[in-house]
Design a protein around this ligand. Structure first.
Ligand code: SF4
Length: 354
């Protein structure tokens, strides 16, 4: 617009007006119509309407975690989860978990999404659109709970396999003209695609989370096929080479009963983490596609946790949200396989929020 003759302040004001109207729930045409007259024609010709998302299903767990199922313009489905604060009141946080792909090609054995395979990449505006829709639903009903404060890329898909869209989506989430979130409130979770870590770290200040789930290559390769190409040694080297001073990594470790949860496994994990700037979340497994992968007894979880704490690791046990509605880690795309099949092949009655 500046190139077409608008003063910088006029151009910025027009973009801000349109963007904020769209973020607040106006349709794209209504948002464009809010721009000052001089800018409207230029914006209409140059700004692309975001891809619509259509909410087709919503399930809410007793802890108020909501799993949202959206249909894309080309009749694929993606999921988004709203996770309210564990602490009540305005002091807590509200997190939205977004998807970055339709399906996923990484095929981790404990994950329902991995069973779908990769169907397609989501575009940056489809990723941003998930946050917008979740934000609008949440604003209607949050009461005195906080607005959306955090975004995690832990839904369907491997974000580092779609960096060309994920990085612009993060920029939009952080842009003052759109959502204005701090990058420190955004976390992107990867299975550890070592060759892409440097690009991610240099392009954004968003947090990086790496899903580990085993303390050695043999077991990790069985649980997560990515490890056959990017071993634990390569993963660690990539992190050490990419991370600047002062930047740490959140590791996630799903505990599976008698698979990766012994005290000697905790000691191996402690040793592997030793020379990394690491925080660690321990996540007791959720029911997933493999019935053999079960949650350990609480005593085993706490003993594992204590071994790590005693070894100087900053570790926390995270309890799952939304398990009852298939919205917890590893469950997305599993709770509604019938719906997925139906929606992929037919057009149903819908409630449009996008
Ligand atoms: S855990 Fe993540 S990377 Fe692995 S299959 Fe599931 S969505 Fe893909």
């Amino acid at each position: 617009m500046e190139a077409a003759g608008l003063r910088p302040q006029q151009a910025r004001g027009a973009v801000k007006t349109v963007s904020q109207a769209w973020v607040s729930g106006a349709s794209w045409d209504a948002a464009l119509s809010q721009a000052p007259k001089a800018a409207r024609r230029l914006l209409g010709g140059r700004a692309r309407a975001p891809n619509p998302l259509t909410l087709v299903e919503r399930a809410e767990a007793p802890d108020r975690t909501s799993r949202l199922l959206f249909r894309t313009h080309d009749h694929h489905v993606v999921e988004t989860v709203i996770i309210p604060s564990e602490r009540g009141g305005a002091a807590g946080r509200t997190t939205v978990c977004v998807s970055s792909q339709v399906g996923c090609g990484r095929r981790c054995v404990f994950c329902e999404t991995g069973r779908l395979g990769l169907i397609r990449q989501l575009s940056a505006d489809e990723i941003v659109g998930q946050l917008r829709s979740a934000h609008l639903l949440w604003e209607d009903e949050r009461g005195d709970a906080p607005s959306v404060t955090n975004v995690v890329f832990m839904g369907m898909g491997e974000p580092l396999d779609n960096l060309d869209e994920v990085l612009p989506a993060i920029d939009t989430l952080c842009d003052d003209l759109a959502f204005g979130l701090s990058a420190r409130r955004i976390t992107v979770s990867t299975v550890g695609v070592a060759p892409r870590i440097a690009r991610f770290v240099s392009a954004t200040k968003a947090n990086l989370a790496v899903s580990l789930n085993a303390p050695d290559d043999v077991r990790r390769s069985k649980l997560m096929p990515v490890n056959k190409r990017c071993s634990l040694t390569e993963l660690k080297s990539a992190l050490q080479a990419a991370l600047p001073p002062g930047r740490d990594v959140l590791f996630e470790y799903i505990l599976f009963d008698r698979v990766n949860d012994s005290l000697s496994d905790a000691a191996l994990l402690r040793d592997w983490l030793q020379d990394l700037p690491a925080r660690l979340n321990l996540i007791p497994a959720n029911p997933g596609p493999d019935p053999e992968l079960r949650q350990p007894d609480p005593e085993r979880v706490w003993a594992f946790h204590k071994t790590l704490l005693d070894g100087g690791v900053r570790a926390m046990v995270r309890h799952p949200h939304g398990r009852e509605v298939g919205g917890a880690c590893g469950q997305l795309a599993g709770a509604h396989r019938d719906t997925l099949d139906r929606l992929t092949h037919t057009r149903g009655e819908e409630h449009h929020v996008g």
